[in-house]
Design a protein around this ligand. Structure first.
Ligand code: AMP
Length: 377
């Protein structure tokens, strides 16, 4: 298959910050960018040559879009199957419709993981009724369209489960055993069209209110846990036949064993630190992979940490960036979003350090300095 070379147009489905950072990487390599999403004036649209605003279900618009580009990739995995298929009939969609079909639906994803022998937490399907004999504590999650902990409720008894399912409008759900994990980890990696594979090692992630707060790379783990995490990720890329970048979210249990939580078939928030800390960022890597080019070097210049900047920091007024920028070693990335809301990802900061913990100290201190510097409007 012929590679998609610089000068060609990359189509991106989804228009948030992931698409924006991909578009910036694509610009740097001399590609043109077209973005498709239901919104206008988006973080990706600000960088793209062309922004198409239409519903994902508008297949005529989708076909129009596909005709104008040389390859299509995504930053949003909940692209409907019909949209993925309509695209792929005109131009290659990478990663493909089969990957989306499995990963965008928790029940299919968990069933695939279990059937393929990957370690997953026990789970039960809830479609028509709540089964008897469920074990607690557990987490009820909607089968489709969940992210950042949305559409999930922790339950401790049959009564709570019934109430939670009613809250989720009796949609098809997965009831997962609660994993008392030691840490949350992720592996971001890429697979090329030729099957070449490269990962960025294991990242250590801390969440606040179910939203990623801080990533440290590399994660400091027992050697066996690191090896297991990397092997699981590689096995998943191969089994799913992923072409592109994806992230495997993992739990490290207290006994050192690893469990797969979920797979995101796109660059991931925990991989943002690769922009400043690695030779090839996850976004350039996605571009190389989906364009059929050789993968880049994933080695780090130094241990690194990334802290998210959520809309909460815009309260009571827009931040004054001077406090944060007084940390000269901190790299600031803002996503160009006009409207700040609590929990909304507005940007992130990255620092390198002598160790991951050292780098984490720097980004934490820089973010704290930002919080005290609000401008009164
Ligand atoms: P998810 O949307 O599935 O990635 O879940 C969001 C977050 O909820 C995870 O990052 C974990 O912090 C937590 N979580 C999800 N599933 C479980 C589980 N089975 N046991 C414990 N915590 C979980």
């Amino acid at each position: 298959m012929k590679p998609v070379l610089p000068g060609s147009t990359i189509g991106i489905l989804g228009s948030g910050q992931l698409g924006r950072m991909l578009a910036i990487a694509a610009r740097q390599l001399g590609y043109r960018i077209a973005v498709y999403s239901p919104e206008a004036g988006t973080p990706t649209g600000q960088i793209a040559d062309r922004e198409m605003t239409a519903s994902y279900d508008d297949l005529d618009a989708v076909r129009d879009f596909a005709r104008g580009v040389d390859v299509v990739t995504l930053e949003f995995e909940n692209v409907p199957a019909a949209t993925a298929m309509a695209t792929d009939a005109i131009v290659p969609l990478r990663p493909g419709a089969n990957v989306l079909h499995t990963t965008q639906h928790r029940l299919r994803e968990k069933t695939f993981l279990r059937a393929s022998g990957f370690p997953v937490t026990d789970f039960t399907e809830i479609t028509d009724a709540v089964p008897a004999g469920c074990r607690y504590p557990a987490i009820l999650k909607t089968a489709g369209f969940g992210y950042d902990g949305k559409g999930q409720i922790k339950v401790n008894s049959d009564e709570e489960l019934h109430a939670a399912w009613a809250t989720l409008e009796r949609q098809p759900c997965v009831l997962e055993a609660f994993v008392p994990f030691e840490r949350e980890l992720s592996v971001v990696a890429a697979r090329g069209l030729d099957g070449a594979y490269a990962d960025y090692g294991v990242f250590d992630n801390s969440h606040r209110n179910h939203i990623l707060d801080l990533t440290i790379a590399p994660a400091i783990l027992p050697l066996k846990s690191t090896r297991d995490a990397l092997e699981i990720a590689r096995g998943l890329f191969e089994k799913l036949d992923i072409v592109g970048v994806a992230c495997v979210e993992l739990f490290l249990k207290h006994d050192g064993s690893i469990i797969v939580n979920e797979i995101a078939p796109r660059p991931h928030n925990s991989g943002h630190l690769t922009i400043d800390a690695a030779t090839t960022s996850q976004f350039e890597q996605q571009l190389r992979a989906v364009c059929g080019l050789p993968l880049g070097d994933t080695r780090f210049h130094a241990p690194a940490a990334m802290a998210n900047l959520l809309g909460d920091l815009w309260e009571p007024a827009r931040p004054d960036w001077r406090g944060l920028l007084q940390f000269p070693e901190v790299r600031l990335h803002l996503y160009g979003k006009d409207e700040a809301r609590a929990g909304r990802k507005m940007g992130h900061i990255t620092a390198l350090g002598k160790s991951g913990v050292h780098a984490a100290g720097i980004v934490r201190a820089a973010r704290a300095a930002l919080q005290t510097q609000s401008v009164q409007e």
